[in-house]
Design a binder for this molecule. Structure first.
Ligand code: 5GP
Ligand code: MN
Length: 341
């Protein structure tokens, strides 16, 4: 039995919202990852199966390695189709906010999302959800938004609408947000949901290969270069740093998603507790962080890098040069020694 997550008022308000709805827009965060895409496309598929007119709107182009997901070709990319997206929001009865906790995370989509007459439903697993949604289903203890979406559908009596395609999307989100079930993955519920999705006909091994066997020659070389020449360990602070400038990214014909797993690599060293990856974008430095145990990289990102996230996986943006970002990081390490146990 899946743990009962939702209280009955929440289930009934969501049920009645959906019963009265025709047009639905589903939104997820900037630079959508496996969980953002998987939860959004999985929910979209189920709502379409129920006869609703649901569309997914993402702020920017999804990475290529996620384009195998059923329904990915129908995603509305806001940066390319603002007028069409505007029409969808204007006609929406319900707007879902998946895998993000505050409007800034959907970047330029935020104004239209907030102005939409549609009732807002947030389903998310990040801490501190904003108060704008009409229905808030926030469960930071869940490992992914995708597993949470499955549990919400089950609570609504809609698990029968989860077909192979929807299950493929939800499984992908569950797999990617747990590093293929290697962290945040000790809950028995998680495997009950995996079992249910396998019974829907997914090929979990094929999904694994789609997501993780997606390297290109240039991507492998970029990652190899980063580990050889751009990776430092600071043993006294149990910290690791990887940096890549625009020039370096260009040298290896960087494509979105090419550095997806890089920040995790230093954590495979037992004595490294946290890892920071700085990637130069056109007008800021993207900060990506990961940690083990109780080390709170979300505090580091929130307080120093205009971001946030989870205890062990967080990110943000630094407005300045790479050299300045590195200097900030050097100054932060001693300040964060207090969190090392
Ligand atoms: P990644 O390092 O994969 O880009 O992001 C890891 C996690 O950090 C995300 O799931 C998200 O929770 C959080 N995160 C990443 N970038 C940002 C950001 O710019 N702002 C906030 N608030 N959170 C972020
Ligand atoms: Mn997530």
């Amino acid at each position: 039995m899946l743990t009962d997550l939702l209280d009955s008022t929440c289930v009934s308000s969501l049920s009645s919202l959906l019963a009265g709805a025709r047009n639905v827009v589903i939104t997820c965060h900037l630079s959508p990852d496996g969980d953002a895409m998987g939860s959004s496309l999985g929910l979209c598929r189920v709502l379409n199966n129920m006869g609703l007119n649901a569309r997914v709107v993402v702020p920017d182009t999804p990475p290529k390695y996620l384009m195998f997901l059923p329904g990915a070709d129908d995603i509305v990319i806001f940066s390319r189709s603002k007028v069409f997206a505007g029409r969808l929001f204007a006609n929406a009865d319900v707007v879902f906010c998946l895998d993000y906790n505050e409007p800034q995370r959907i970047d330029l989509v935020a104004d239209m999302m907030l102005a939409s007459p549609g009732r807002k439903v947030l389903i998310d697993h990040h801490l501190n959800p904003s108060s704008f949604p009409d229905v808030i289903i926030s469960h930071p203890e869940e490992s992914s938004t995708s597993v949470l979406v499955y549990k919400v559908l089950a609570a609504l009596g809609l698990s029968g609408q989860v077909d192979r395609e929807a299950a493929t999307c939800l499984y992908t989100g569950m797999m990617t947000d747990t590093g293929n079930f290697s962290y945040n993955s000790n809950s028995a519920d998680l495997y009950e949901v995996v079992g249910a999705l396998v019974r829907c006909g997914i090929d979990k091994d094929a999904i694994y290969r789609q997501v993780y066997f997606s390297n290109s020659y240039n991507r492998l070389r970029l990652n190899g270069y980063a580990m050889l020449d751009k990776f430092e360990v600071f043993p006294e602070h149990r910290a690791a740093l990887i940096t890549l400038t625009r020039e370096e990214l260009n040298r290896f014909h960087y494509q979105k998603g090419d550095t997806e797993d890089l920040v995790n690599r230093p954590l495979t060293i037992p004595d490294v507790t946290y890892s920071v990856f700085l990637r130069e974008e056109s007008d800021y430095i993207k900060v990506s962080t990961r940690s083990k145990g109780d080390f709170p990289v979300n505090i580091m990102c929130k307080e120093h890098f205009n971001g946030g996230g989870h205890l062990n996986a967080a990110g943000g943006e630094f407005y300045g040069t790479m050299a300045e970002a590195v200097e900030v990081f050097h100054n932060l390490m001693p300040l964060f020694d207090k969190y090392l146990s």
